[in-house]
Design a protein around this ligand. Sequence first.
Ligand SMILES: Nc1nc2c(c(=O)[nH]1)N[C@H]1C(S)=C(S)[C@@H](COP(=O)(O)OP(=O)(O)OC[C@H]3O[C@@H](n4cnc5c(=O)[nH]c(N)nc54)[C@H](O)[C@@H]3O)O[C@H]1N2
Ligand SMILES: Nc1nc2c(c(=O)[nH]1)N[C@H]1C(S)=C(S)[C@@H](COP(=O)(O)OP(=O)(O)OC[C@H]3O[C@@H](n4cnc5c(=O)[nH]c(N)nc54)[C@H](O)[C@@H]3O)O[C@H]1N2
Ligand SMILES: [Mo]
Length: 779
Amino acid sequence: MNDSVSRPPRPDTDRKPHSAHWGVFSAAWKKGALEVLPHPGDPDPNPLIQNFTNALDHPVRVKAPMVRRGWLERGPGPDAARGRDGYVQVSWEHALDLLAAELKRVKDLHGPLAVFGGSYGWSSAGRFHHAQSQVHRFLNTALGGYVRSVNSYSAGASAVILPHILGSMDDVARRNVTWEQIVGHTDVVLAFGGMALKNSRVASGGISRHIERESMRQAAARGCRFINISPLSSDFPTDAQAEWIPAVPGTDVALMLALVHELVAHGWHDEVFLAQFCEGWEDFQHYLLGRQDGQAKNAAWAAAICGVPAAKIAELARLLRGKRVLVTVAHSLQRAEHGEQPVWMAAVLAAALGQLGLPGGGYAYALGTLAHYGKRSNAVPVASLPQGVNGVKAFIPVARISDMLLHPGEPFDYNGKRMPYPHVRLAYWAGGNPFHHHQDLKRLTRAFATLDTFVVHEIGWTATARHADIVLPCTMTLEREDIGGAPTDPLLVAMHRIAAPNGQARDDYDIFADLSERLGTRQAFTEGRTSGQWLRHLYEKTRVALQEKGLDAPDFDQFWEKGELTLPQQDDDGGILRAFRADPSGQPLPTPSGKVQISSPVIAGFGYVDCPGHPAWLPPEDAPTPAFPLFLVANQPATRLHSQLDFGAHSASRKRQDREVCTLHPQDAAARGIADGDIVRLFNARGACLASAALSTTIMPGVVQLPTGAWYDPVEDASGQVALCGHGNPNILTRDAGTSSLAQGCSGQLTSVQVERFDDALPPMRAFEAPAAETVVSG
Ligand SMILES: Nc1nc2c(c(=O)[nH]1)N[C@H]1C(S)=C(S)[C@@H](COP(=O)(O)OP(=O)(O)OC[C@H]3O[C@@H](n4cnc5c(=O)[nH]c(N)nc54)[C@H](O)[C@@H]3O)O[C@H]1N2
Ligand SMILES: Nc1nc2c(c(=O)[nH]1)N[C@H]1C(S)=C(S)[C@@H](COP(=O)(O)OP(=O)(O)OC[C@H]3O[C@@H](n4cnc5c(=O)[nH]c(N)nc54)[C@H](O)[C@@H]3O)O[C@H]1N2
Ligand SMILES: [Mo]
């Protein structure tokens, strides 16, 4: 791989502050290299910041505007050549003229209902240059709106189920039990999906202090027991001294049911709490005890499903009795078939224990999966760019993108409603990577082939850029000024510019401003401000709010000079669950009954077989078979955020033979003649990919783990079909199906595969090479 620097060595510079979703840092040029150091106040810095050191000048950066040859020659229209076509370099003027004309054509012919602007993705930490906000604002001002997407790949199922049963996602995940409460009060943390530090070190908008490791250490030292229910023992750091209970992926609901069954069988459940604070226990109990289907959901029943011995389940129930127990469920559990069920069932378990609303107890959904959760909220707002008004009502649940493009006009179910998929002709993406985040990549390729036009702003030649018709090079965060901040992190960061833009890269904002000019809407988009003026404007909200509280409120120049500002935070008050427990009639939950919905007449009324009116064990369709006997866990990568900077020094250094590393149990490896370090082929009916095999007993037998984020590198067979991903992107294997008719969330965490040793010649890894510009056209 060619990592050579494409410009003359840079002179030494002073150290300047900056921020990323994975940590606050400072950077300086020293002897021609970028030196990146964590914020001095960060007790447990994230090594991911080292992915920046070689990123700025990497050959895979997009350096100039490029147009796909087929689109340039044949004009807009469905085209199966997307993803394999060549590119033609054009001038900025020409690219923006072409794009403005195409936006106008689609709008005039079909209206904004034909433009998909969901543009899902994490982009970069700065709040002004947040690409998704930029593209939404542009489409609203220039076209009057766009088809949007709702919810996230993170929490598609929980975002819909939680408001039915407890309250909003934010109330249950973000403003609930904190790490401070765990350190002070919790006896047992029962963590389904664990609390992997790799995950809790990341927060959108930035994170200045990584406190999770130390919090776990202190809680454990006080005697708190952490229980890791997961296929991987590595889902807890050793600091937590967690007990590992390996469970078959996707079967947590059976285990939770059996725990509640044990509580009820021994009379250890909190009947007073269930009667006073909950609705629907009776209906649920009929199911639990098997009064309808003749099957009690007891430990013996669950053991056969989840692989945890019945005696161990009984022991666990006994451990929970009379203790201050916190139940957590990682996002991963609901990124799966019937993902609504574990989110709901965990709330029922916490309710049966009578723990909801107690300090350090109850249910903190997703605590430990992101640095947002388990923290105090800021007492003043941080900057964000207003997105304007979207005149289009149509939307899709975010992970239904391929369905929408392949089935325009056809109906889909969502949260009690049935709606048609809009007929989209143009998709606009800035700040996201669908060839990272979406499932069944061959199907996604077919879906994008249906478009008239696909536009992408990117810093690098991701597979998404390689499937686009118009690729516009944008600056990466280090090349511009911004403000970093998040609602539960007290540090507002003045993100200084570290380097001049690579090649012809421009800020997303300036690209949209010049496009708006061509569409006659520049003033509406910019409000007459340059990006520098916007930063001052957005900072002002925070300054005024501080001033109103009588606090020190430095002006923008002082803030910029100092590089950061510490914001005041709210009390650690336990949020809506604590308030509800203290005063159930005065502070009801925002549910139909005002109580915890153990059963939900509303959901029952939807009549969905894949999401009934109370939590239930629903066996998955995509389970191992004789042909594909292993579970694949396609989880978050430890070496990067999603696909971002996969070419960065830290991420690249963890690959072997340029391939992503997958982990499997020595027993499963031996049965297949696989040794540590062998290249293996993972495959199922949808596709195949290569990876380097690492053998470890930190994973349970029957499970193979391959993280997401390796840039898709399709390798074609003799007939021109994609034979495999040569780099190790697991989404060529995952299934593209909604969690259920209720939420239609992403279910990409789990699938079933076979693994074999790959003895053929290793295809060269080309994901980090930019496509050559075939010709240059100036206009
Ligand atoms: N199988 C499987 N699939 C999954 C998951 C899983 O567990 N398993 N996890 C899912 C989850 S939780 C998530 S959140 C998604 C994440 O999916 P994404 O958020 O789409 O992934 P990122 O790699 O963060 O994509 C961000 C893109 O924005 C680009 N970018 C960065 N800064 C800028 C900028 O300033 N401007 C522009 N225009 N672009 C910029 C980056 O180069 C990158 O390509 O993936 C989901 N996919
Ligand atoms: N380093 C790093 N950190 C990240 C991210 C990243 O890309 N890189 N992404 C961030 C984002 S956007 C999000 S949404 C969060 C995601 O947070 P999660 O979705 O929770 O993260 P994952 O790593 O996918 O899954 C956590 C663990 O759950 C376990 N698991 C998988 N399936 C099951 C199951 O069926 N049952 C049980 N009990 N356990 C299971 C796996 O062993 C896995 O390691 O992480 C965030 N943090
Ligand atoms: Mo996510």
